[in-house]
Design a protein around this ligand. Structure first.
Ligand SMILES: [Zn+2]
Length: 474
C-alpha cells in the first residue's frame, strides 16, 4: 500500500492598482504592451520601488492563516532566461519571506477537519505572456511586474480530495480578504502541484514531480489522480528509481494525462542573491498593527450563522462558501425575514435560475427584491408555489413584485370573510357529505379543502382554509 504526498504552491495575483515595483496599471485585458515602463521592461538603470498596498495584502493573508510576519524580509533575484522576463531575473523572496509558517484548516463533508501547514507566503513579480500564433511568437509585457503572492504549503495532503479542499478554502479566504480577484480562468489564482508517493508507514520523502500552472479544480483533481497512478505503476514494476525523476510536468486537458515538460531546477540553479536595488523590507510595529486588520473569515462567519440564526452547519457552510453568497444572504436578512426561508430562496431557488455566466453580483433579482418575495410568502400574500412563478417572471423582467403578483393573478386570499363565503357555498352544496363527516367519516375533510381550493381557483390561503373549515364543521 502506498501513501500519497502532496504539496501545493499557489500563485494569487494581488489586486493592487499598480505593479509590485513600478506605477504601471495592473488592469487585465489592456492592449498589449501599453501598461509598461522602463522598470517592468527591465531597461538598464531603472530602479524598483516596493508597492505598499501589496505588502499590506500579503500581511492580511499572513494574519488570516495565523502566520508569523517577518518584520524584516528580503527580496532576492531569481535568475533565469525566458522571453517574457526582460530583466533576466524575477524579484522574489527566498530565505526571509514576509509571511512565515502558517496553517489552514480543511473541513471534510463528514465533519472531520485537518490542519495543513503553510511553509511560507512571499511576494514576487509575475512575468509577461508569450503568445504563439501562426508562425510567430509574440510577447506581451502588460503582466510583467504584477504582484503575486506565492503561498507554499507543507507536503501535508494525502489525497486529491484533501488538495482540492485546501485549494477551495484558500481561494475563499483570498476572496474574503479581497486581496485578489482569484479568477481562475484569467489565471489570477493558479497552482503548481507537487506529488510523490511512498510505501505506507515510511516517513521519507521520495522524488516528486511538479505539475505546473493548473487553474481549474476539476483538472487539478484529474491531474493528481493520473500522476498518482503513474507513480504507483512505476513502484509496482520496481522501476520508480529510474522512471520517476524530478521534473516539471504539464497536464493535457484533452488526453487527461500529464507529460514531461522539463527537468525541475534546484534552487541553486537560480543563483538567488539579494537584489542590490532593493533595501530589506521593514515593517514597523504601527504598520503591522494596521495591516493585520482583517474582515470576518469564512469559518468565523459560519460559526456566527449557526449561533445567531440557529442554522444547520450544512446551510451555514453553503452560505459562507463564497463572499458573494454570504453578502447576498446578509443583505436579505436586513428585511427581517426568517433565515431558513432566506437560505432556501437564495441557495436553491435563485441559484438554480441563474443563467450560465450570471453570478449573484449581477443577478437580475437582487437581495432586496428576493427578500421582498420571501416577505410576501411569510405574510401570506402569495403561496410558496406562486412565489416560484413570480421569481421565474422576475428573472426576465425588471418590474416590481406587486405588479407581477397582480399581472399573474397570484394574490392569495387570506381574508376570512372571502374564504368563509366559499366554504359556506361548498358546505351548502354537499349537505350529505357534511352529515357523513359529522357522523365520523373524518377523511372527508380533505374533500372539503380540495373543493374550497378549487372554487377559489387556487388563490385561497391553504392554512386559512384548513382553520376556517375546522371551525365551520365543529
Ligand atoms: Zn512598469
Amino acid at each position: 500500500m502506498f501513501e500519497v504526498v502532496i504539496g501545493l504552491e499557489v500563485h494569487a495575483q494581488l489586486n493592487t492598482k499598480t505593479k509590485l515595483f513600478c506605477s504601471c496599471a495592473t488592469s487585465f485585458g489592456a492592449k498589449p504592451n501599453t501598461n509598461v515602463c522602463p522598470t517592468c521592461l527591465g531597461l538598464p538603470g531603472a530602479l524598483p520601488v516596493i508597492n505598499k498596498e501589496a505588502v499590506q495584502k500579503a500581511i492580511q493573508l499572513g494574519t488570516a492563516i495565523k502566520s508569523k510576519i517577518n518584520q524584516t524580509s528580503v527580496f532576492n533575484r531569481k535568475n533565469y532566461f525566458y522571453p517574457d522576463l526582460p530583466s533576466g531575473y524575477q524579484i522574489s523572496q527566498f530565505e526571509v519571506p514576509v509571511v512565515d509558517l502558517g496553517e489552514l484548516v480543511i473541513d471534510f463533508p463528514d465533519g472531520r477537519s485537518k490542519t495543513i501547514g503553510i511553509t511560507i507566503a512571499h511576494l514576487e513579480n509575475d512575468a509577461g505572456k508569450n503568445i504563439h500564433e501562426n508562425n510567430y511568437s509574440k510577447v506581451d509585457l502588460n503582466r510583467a511586474g504584477t504582484p503575486l503572492l506565492e503561498i507554499v504549503s507543507e507536503p501535508d495532503m494525502r489525497s486529491s480530495e484533501e488538495a482540492i479542499l485546501y485549494l477551495k478554502k484558500l481561494h475563499s479566504i483570498v476572496r474574503y480578504l479581497e486581496i485578489s480577484d482569484a479568477n481562475m480562468q484569467e489565471g489570477s489564482f493558479r497552482c503548481d502541484v507537487n506529488i510523490s508517493i511512498r510505501p505506507k508507514g515510511e516517513t521519507k520523502l521520495y522524488t516528486r514531480c511538479e505539475i505546473k500552472n493548473m487553474n481549474s479544480f476539476k483538472f487539478i483533481e484529474k491531474a493528481i489522480r493520473f500522476e498518482v497512478a503513474r507513480h504507483i505503476e512505476a513502484w509496482e514494476d520496481g522501476v520508480h528509481a529510474t522512471e520517476i525523476v524530478q521534473e516539471t510536468r504539464l497536464y493535457d486537458e484533452a488526453t487527461g494525462e500529464t507529460r514531461s515538460m522539463r527537468g525541475k531546477e534546484d534552487a541553486a540553479e537560480y543563483r538567488y542573491f539579494p537584489d542590490p536595488d532593493l533595501l530589506p523590507l521593514i515593517i514597523s510595529d504601527e504598520m503591522l498593527e494596521e495591516y493585520s486588520k482583517i474582515p470576518e473569515l469564512p469559518d468565523e462567519k459560519k460559526a456566527r450563522y449557526v449561533k445567531d440564526y440557529g442554522m444547520k452547519e450544512y446551510d451555514a457552510s453553503l452560505l459562507t462558501s463564497s463572499l458573494d453568497m454570504a453578502r447576498f444572504f446578509e443583505e436579505m436578512m436586513t428585511s427581517n425575514i426568517k433565515a431558513k426561508n432566506a437560505t432556501t430562496w437564495l441557495s436553491v431557488e435563485l441559484k438554480a435560475r441563474l443563467k450560465e455566466g450570471v453570478t449573484l453580483t449581477n443577478s437580475p433579482v437582487n437581495a432586496t427584491k428576493l427578500a421582498q418575495l420571501v416577505q410576501n410568502i411569510e405574510n401570506g400574500t402569495i403561496s410558496g408555489k406562486a412565489a416560484k412563478e413570480v421569481l421565474d417572471y422576475l428573472m426576465d423582467n425588471d418590474v416590481e413584485i406587486e405588479e407581477v403578483i397582480d399581472t399573474l393573478g397570484l394574490k392569495q386570499v387570506s381574508d376570512d370573510g372571502a374564504i368563509l363565503k366559499i366554504i359556506d357555498e361548498i358546505l351548502a352544496a354537499n349537505t350529505n357529505k357534511v352529515e357523513e363527516y359529522k357522523s365520523g367519516k373524518e377523511k372527508l375533510f380533505g374533500f372539503f379543502v380540495g373543493q374550497t381550493m378549487k372554487a377559489s381557483k387556487g388563490s385561497a390561503n391553504p392554512a386559512k382554509v384548513n382553520e376556517l373549515l375546522k371551525q365551520r364543521l365543529a
